[in-house]
Design a protein around this ligand. Structure first.
Ligand code: ATP
Length: 328
């Protein structure tokens, strides 16, 4: 069995609230188990630039409540090249690092898998950290719960003003190709319609349901549009509806990057702690090329290969139907 004595930790891709609790758990679990631990700044870019530092239990004091990531993150093109990976490998070897925890999304895992297939003597363990909640092998990813709550808080405020003025708001939320945030926020805020990338948008149906809402004396309407929705973008959509829905003043809001920030929710703090703890224990147990996830409230290991190939966006029809019925 492989013996691990020194590990590294990095965050990569989009930042997500919950990454800091996870870093804290990785560092302290490693130290508890007598491992040395190194923090890598700016994701894979830091591996290539040798931007690393030794961490101790105090390096992660008072970060549970912080959004973002103390290690910083980056999108790193050179890591996609053979030369970039080789430089990263040489830097890790020079430090005597034999295992690495990577916290990020599917791009991060693709890089981690390619790296460890090429250099199998360094063990890699993935932690799903992305607000998009789009990874196979974990019911929830780090940051999704906090981001959804942030969206809900913002939409509740928009609802107040929409109601006061009899307005229809089109609100774009994040999630890339996943409608997970849009659907949960839509249910939580009683959105009159939710447009998702997983489902073709029927504009005629949308207009009919807005008309029905007005007939039922609704004083405002909220349409949540996931950023990956394929109907041409939120402004275009609002224009197309404006021509046919005269009874509402129509406004558009793009929530944007505020969805990534903020103190992690209790759920994300606990998830980050559990996944970071499990990732280090999995490395100590000799595992590699895997992702730690949470399913049915239990830690589950999935191969990175499976996490990436099974990665698919499924439409949660039952939730959509319920949302439509409850928002009549
Ligand atoms: P999020 O879902 O929040 O955007 P992500 O991990 O998917 O997170 P990406 O920007 O797609 O974010 O990927 C993060 C980094 O992973 C990239 O900047 C790049 O360094 C590395 N990466 C992505 N794809 C590959 C690949 N095919 N080979 C090597 N490295 C890759």
């Amino acid at each position: 069995m492989r013996k691990i004595s020194k590990i590294a930790v990095l965050t990569s891709g989009g930042d997500a609230p919950g990454m800091n609790p996870c870093i804290r758990a990785v560092v302290r679990t490693a130290i508890y188990n007598k491992l040395e631990v190194v923090g890598i700044r700016q994701g894979y870019q830091g591996l290539i630039d040798n931007n690393m530092y030794e961490m101790n239990t105090r390096s992660v004091s008072n970060i549970l409540n912080l959004g973002g990531t103390i290690l910083k993150t980056a999108r790193c093109l050179p890591f996609r090249t053979d030369e970039g990976m080789e430089t990263a490998y040489n830097n890790l070897k020079a430090q005597g690092i034999d295992g690495i925890v990577v916290i990020g999304g599917d791009g991060t895992f693709t890089g981690a898998l390619r790296f460890s297939q090429r250099f199998p003597d360094i063990a890699v363990m993935g932690v799903p950290g992305t607000i998009d909640n789009d990874l196979y092998g974990s019911t929830y990813t780090l940051g999704f719960d906090t981001a959804t709550n942030t969206v809900i808080e913002a939409i509740d405020k928009i609802r107040d003003t929409a109601d006061a003025h009899d307005r229809l708001f089109f609100i774009e939320v994040m999630g890339r190709d996943s409608g997970a945030i849009a659907l949960r926020a839509g249910i939580s805020c009683g959105a009159e319609a939710i447009l998702l990338p997983e489902r073709a948008t029927a504009i005629d149906d949308l207009i009919e349901s807005l008309k029905a809402g007005q007939f039922n004396k609704k004083s405002s309407s909220i349409v949540i549009v996931a950023e990956g929705d394929k109907s041409g973008g939120v402004y275009d959509l609002a224009e197309r509806v404006r021509g046919q829905v005269k009874f509402y003043d129509i406004k558009v809001t793009i929530l944007g990057h505020l969805q990534r920030g903020g103190s992690p929710s209790a759920f994300d703090r606990i998830l980050g702690s559990r996944l970071g703890f499990a990732a280090v224990n999995a490395l100590i147990a000799g595992k590699s090329q895997m992702m730690v996830g949470l399913e049915a409230n239990h830690i589950k290991l999935t191969t990175l290969e499976e996490a990436l190939t099974q990665h698919q966006f499924k439409l949660e029809d039952d939730l959509m139907q319920m949302s439509e019925i409850l928002s009549i």
